[in-house]
Design a protein around this ligand. Sequence first.
Ligand code: IMP
Ligand code: MG
Length: 174
Amino acid sequence: MAERVEIMLTEEEVDSRIREIGEQISKDYAGRMVHLVCVLKGGSFFMTELAKRITVPVSLDFMSVSSYGGSTKSSGVVRIVKDLDEPLEGKDVLVVEDIVDSGRTLSYLLELLRDRGPASVKLCTLLDKPERRVVDVHVDYTGFEIPDEFVVGYGLDYDQRYRNLPYIGVVRFD
Ligand code: IMP
Ligand code: MG
């Protein structure tokens, strides 16, 4: 199917917002260390840029979950594809996600991480589509609230493509 990508948020807008969030996180975690947990693959671009803007000590870990179902919808059934390498006990965990849509993936994931005894768990997402929420999820840091459109770029894919775009775009099918 033919599709094109229309820019929603430019590279400059995304980069400057990531700097702001990095500053805020650095203030909020002053005197502590923050353990970033990246949700692969989508969260990886955001996480590396964000980590560069955080001035308190940072450690990183990665996990991969997959929701069964079609390419543009989350089914709510979540499977751990790759678990974290490190235990979370006593750590100040900050989960870094690309987007919160229905909230199903995150609500499952946050519960699972909280069970591992961290000192705290917070959530940072580059994008949030509040209109689409089905499960209530508390987001601590949001890059941008966006309307209900299917977006790509900055880690987000359509059928595994477009993750490498340095901006956020909307996929148009026409
Ligand atoms: P949720 O469980 O419905 O909140 O879905 C979260 C996951 O669905 C995200 O981590 C993305 O992988 C994917 N997703 C949701 N909306 C979009 C979108 O607009 N573009 C690309 N992926 C999306
Ligand atoms: Mg994701």
